[in-house]
Design a protein around this ligand. Structure first.
Ligand SMILES: C[S@@+](CC[C@H](N)C(=O)[O-])C[C@H]1O[C@@H](n2cnc3c(N)ncnc32)[C@H](O)[C@@H]1O
Length: 382
């Protein structure tokens, strides 16, 4: 390792039990089968796959590979953020390399003798809310740099997995990535998928790219070198006879939303009998109260903001970000652990799916830090 500082720690307690559903969507490669089917000069079938996890954050990729049941070892994880690395270390008993991925050399990468690379680079250069500067954004450079190193390595990875936001697929970074992968003899399959399609109550469509170096191949070559974007659910709907009729998109959408598990199945309550006390490791307890009057309901008069409020029994939520509750828009749904009532009536989404897009008048958000709720322009929301 050239310039990154190595911090030793006990290695990988990988027995973490994550409650997520295993799915075998029709076109998406089964990771376990895909990896077992590979044969290559530098990987033997009975050996674990040696995997590098770039931009490891809190370890979502590592949880995924564990959940997929792949016989794999994360030989190293890399992240520049010490708080993320604290969480990763807490989760897995291994502290990632802390440093800038941009400083890695081809020799560093070769030293790991890795078969697969997992990459989830920063998404800010491509987000709708950002400036969408793509490769011109400094945060994109480490990703391009690491891809450019592939031809310089003596043992290029056999497989690469990239995750990013929707918007990445139209960026110049994406174009450059595809060019580099094609030149490096990789065949790709790209997908835009949402956790909702897998029964997880989280509406966060994301871009994924799978790349395999020839002579490795995908078991379903149908979408080779293409981007596949399907809004349909990809789990046991067929078994439940729920068919995604193209002429009834709203109905089928409602059906698969209902098939999702409720948010509460993914929350950690300190005391299950009192849902007000939430585990400190996950979300702030946010109490939402309002003086909205019944006459305001639905007619939109005097509406000052639309806030997406979800409850523990909701079957959908938007992406929670680090600015959670500080901004009205783009920082995730607000999780209300106390049900919002209007004149004694529970206020539910009109489609019955427990999402509440409520026109709220003079809403008061009381949260643990008592920080004011901010509007996107930086002004306080009153
Ligand atoms: C989109 S997040 C990845 C999330 C991760 N997959 C997870 O499960 O938490 C991007 C991560 O890349 C890290 N990062 C950004 N630029 C980096 C760089 N140049 N070198 C190392 N890490 C970097 C950030 O600290 C952040 O944790």
């Amino acid at each position: 390792m050239s310039t990154m500082s190595k911090k030793k720690s006990p290695y990988a307690n990988t027995s973490n039990n994550v409650d997520m559903r295993r799915v075998d969507p029709p076109f998406v490669e089964d990771p376990k089968r895909a990896m077992v089917e590979e044969s290559s000069s530098n990987h033997h079938q009975d050996q674990p796959w040696r995997v590098l996890e770039f931009y490891s954050g809190i370890g979502g990729m590592r949880y995924s590979i564990m959940k997929a049941g792949v016989n794999a070892t994360i030989v190293e994880a890399f992240d520049i953020n010490d708080v993320a690395n604290d969480v990763y270390e807490y989760n897995f008993g291994h502290r990632p390399y802390q440093g800038n991925i941009q400083t890695l050399s081809a020799a560093d990468l070769d030293s790991y003798r890795a078969h697969a690379w997992l990459l989830s680079p920063p998404c800010q250069p491509y987000t709708r809310q950002g400036l969408q500067k793509g490769s011109a954004d400094a945060r994109a450079s480490s990703f391009l740099k690491i891809l450019e190193l592939i031809p310089e390595t003596s043992q290029p990875p056999l497989m690469i997995f990239v995750e990013n936001v929707v918007g990445f697929e139209t960026s110049d970074t994406h174009r450059i990535m595809i060019e580099i992968l094609a030149k490096g003899d990789f065949v790709t399959q790209e997908f835009i998928l949402s956790p909702l399609q897998f029964g997880v109550p989280y509406s966060r469509p994301r871009y994924f790219c799978l790349a395999k170096r020839k002579p490795s191949s995908f078991q379903s070559p149908l979408v080779n070198n293409q981007l596949f974007w399907s809004p349909s659910p990809l789990f046991e709907l067929e078994a439940n006879n729920i068919v995604n009729e193209s002429n009834q998109p709203q109905e089928s959408c409602d059906q698969w939303l209902q098939a999702c598990e409720p948010i509460e199945n993914f929350l950690e309550f300190k005391n299950p009998s009192n849902q007000m006390e939430m585990g400190s490791g996950f979300l702030h307890t946010t109490v939402v109260s309002t003086n909205i009057s019944e006459s305001d309901e639905g007619n939109g008069s005097d509406v000052t903001a639309n806030i997406d409020i979800v409850y523990p029994d909701s079957k959908r939520c938007c992406c929670f970000t680090k600015s959670y509750y500080r901004y009205v828009k783009g920082t995730g749904s607000l999780l209300a652990t106390v049900q919002l009532c209007i004149a004694g009536k529970q206020f539910k989404c009109c489609c019955g799916c427990s999402i509440t897009h409520v026109p709220i008048h003079r809403t008061v958000m009381i949260n643990q830090s008592q920080a004011p709720l901010m509007l996107e322009d930086g002004n306080e929301y009153k």
